[in-house]
Each structure stands twice: as C-alpha cells, then as structure tokens.
Design a binder for this molecule. Structure first.
Ligand code: SF4
Ligand code: SF4
Length: 56
C-alpha cells in the first residue's frame, strides 16, 4: 500500500527532496504521491513537519 499525503500538507517541499524514487510532486493545494511509484520507505513521513504522509 502506497503512502498518501493528507490535507494537513503545507507544501513545504521537504518530502519531495527525500523520496528515493521521486514519487512525490506538487499537486493542487498539497503535495501528492504517485501510488505506482512509492516503495513505502517512510522517508517522507520522517521529514514532514506536520505529519501529513502516512501509510493507509
Ligand atoms: Fe517516496 Fe518513501 Fe514516501 Fe513512498 S514512502 S512517497 S517511496 S519517500
Ligand atoms: Fe507537505 Fe509534509 Fe511534504 Fe511538506 S513534507 S510538502 S508539509 S507532505
């Protein structure tokens, strides 16, 4: 199951730089994770200041 970014995202961009497979990109009002690319490493959740990314 890929990670997902909640509406808590403040668009800081930190997670995009940390993702080892470049699955994260800026979306409409929040960053988004490409489910087919995410390898569930958890790096995005580790750097997010507001805890927006989570495994569902
Ligand atoms: Fe990228 Fe890992 Fe976050 Fe998936 S869990 S979006 S692979 S940083
Ligand atoms: Fe949004 Fe968190 Fe990623 Fe920053 S690190 S862009 S707040 S999901």
């Amino acid at each position: 199951m890929a990670y997902k970014i909640s509406d808590e995202c403040i668009c800081c961009g930190a997670c995009e730089a940390e993702c080892p497979v470049s699955a994260i990109s800026a979306g409409d009002g929040k960053y988004v994770i490409d489910a087919g690319t995410c390898i569930e490493c958890g790096a995005c959740a580790g750097v997010c200041p507001v805890g927006a990314p989570s495994a569902e």
